[in-house]
Ligand binder design. Structure first.
Ligand SMILES: Nc1nc2c(ncn2[C@@H]2O[C@H](COP(=O)(O)OP(=O)(O)OP(=O)(O)O)[C@@H](O)[C@H]2O)c(=O)[nH]1
Ligand code: SF4
Ligand SMILES: [Mg+2]
Length: 409
């Protein structure tokens, strides 16, 4: 799904595509975005000037893709084009270096990589046209050794390997790309946010959990005001405020109570939903929530947790979510559970993956996991989005994100 939207350019990952003429740079852009947006032809030198396109690549998020002219262009005009292309390096966060599998490595690729290294710019080498020229694991290892970059084999024509390329883009994007706000971009200075934090058996003794602390910090960093209450005191808290809060953020487990006690004109969401977005791909997860509706009794569902936290009685992942899902589907489902960093190999057998909020992993890891599940053709949803949907309140939980709420229409 590709969508233009209003994220300012500064936040977008700028991906520059380099390579010799006819390597398939423009074709790769079309394949990455599932759209015919770059002009492709078999005439070498089709792309002459850098072309910037803002777009959304799921699950990477908002990006700017920069198509460039071949780095092997010749003649006076050609050299000027190469110079212009190389100017793009100043604006790029990540370079995809496309090589035609039939052509191999030349001095052009080696020089470009050297230049990128000097700029501390990550490069992923893309061996293209593998539908015409197959490459073995040994070939890939040779490329990797010679160039000193990660290498992915694709066919821009058939789409083979493009999902792996997306994972590699996520894994090699620069560190600064992980710096996203949790809630601050939804607030104005002086806004009040009420955070609903249940203190139940699952709550650790004597402290708040990390997502709650991070959210408070993000609110303060944006000169807004955080008020914290248990779900029982929420109504009183709101009543006591002279001005209505801008937003209520609740623990998913207290969503129903928070929904009942939050006035309809106040935005309401959950920590899980804020963190699903913080990890970069709330849209895919909302799409995954819709897949719950097509589940049938007997279907296999994988519940995945990113760490092996201490399980409590009435645990969310092993007890509550399975119970709510059975009730929703109206019959038995076959649940499997996995925790830690690895997914099982048989992902394709599942009709849905329900993932935890991923508070202990970073955005990059979470996106790579989402991508891996999507690559197996399986929808993925997280706890917060799933619970909200199972209780019929997802639309309300998405109230700060109207374009995502509209996906439920
Ligand atoms: N078989 C095959 N052909 C491809 C593939 N990718 C691109 N091509 C073909 O290669 C030719 C060049 O593709 P482009 O995408 O225009 O290449 P480019 O690198 O943008 O070329 P310039 O803009 O001229 O530098 C076209 O005829 C494409 O159809 C692929 O994966 N497999
Ligand atoms: S990473 Fe997942 S399983 Fe671990 S504590 Fe966070 S939400 Fe729970
Ligand atoms: Mg081109």
């Amino acid at each position: 799904m590709i969508k233009m939207h209003n994220t300012p350019r500064g936040n977008r990952l700028h991906i520059a595509i380099f390579g010799r003429r006819n390597a398939g740079k423009s074709s790769l852009i079309n394949s990455l975005t599932n759209q015919d947006i770059a002009v492709v032809s078999n005439i070498a030198g089709t792309t002459t000037d850098p072309v910037y396109k803002s777009m959304e690549i799921l699950p990477i998020g908002p990006v700017v893709i920069i198509d460039t002219a071949g780095i092997d262009d010749v003649g006076l005009l050609g050299e000027l084009r190469v110079e212009k292309s190389k100017e793009v390096l100043k604006k790029a966060d990540l370079v995809l270096l496309v090589i035609d599998a039939a052509e191999g490595i030349t001095i052009y690729e080696q020089d470009l990589i050297k230049e990128c290294q000097q700029r501390d710019l990550p490069v992923v080498t893309v061996i293209n046209k593998i539908d015409q020229n197959s490459v073995t694991d040994n070939d890939l290892a040779d490329y990797k050794n010679t160039l000193g970059t990660p290498v992915v084999a694709v066919s821009a024509l058939t789409g083979q390997g493009v999902a792996d390329l997306k994972i590699s883009i996520i894994q090699n994007a620069p560190k600064s790309w992980d710096d996203q706000t949790i809630i601050g971009d939804l607030l104005q200075p002086g806004d009040t946010v009420v955070l609903v934090v249940p203190i139940d058996l699952a709550a650790p003794k004597g402290r708040l959990i990390l997502p709650q602390v991070q959210t408070i910090r993000d609110i303060l960093d944006h000169d807004a005001i955080a008020v914290v209450a248990k779900e029982r005191e929420l109504k009183q808290t709101i009543d006591n405020l002279v001005c209505k809060p801008k937003m209520v953020v609740t623990d998913s487990q207290a969503f129903l109570k928070a929904d009942a006690d939050t006035p309809p004109d106040v935005l309401l969401t959950s920590f899980s939903i804020l963190f699903a977005r913080y990890k970069g791909d709330l849209e895919t997860l909302v799409d995954g929530a819709k897949a719950i509706e097509s589940l049938k009794p007997g279907d296999k569902v994988l519940i995945a947790e990113a760490c092996t936290h201490h399980r409590v009685e009435d645990d969310i992942g092993t007890v509550k979510i399975p119970r709510w899902m059975r009730q929703f589907v109206g019959g038995e489902l076959q649940f499997d559970w996995v925790s830690g960093t690895k997914f099982p190999h048989n992902l394709a057998e599942y009709k849905l993956v329900v993932h935890c909020g991923g508070c202990m992993i970073n955005r990059r890891e979470m996106l790579a996991r989402i991508m891996q599940v999507r690559q197996a053709g399986v929808p993925i949803v997280n706890y917060g989005v799933a619970i909200a949907h199972l209780h019929g309140i997802l639309r309300r939980a998405l109230s700060p994100f109207p374009h995502l709420a509209a996906m439920l229409d």
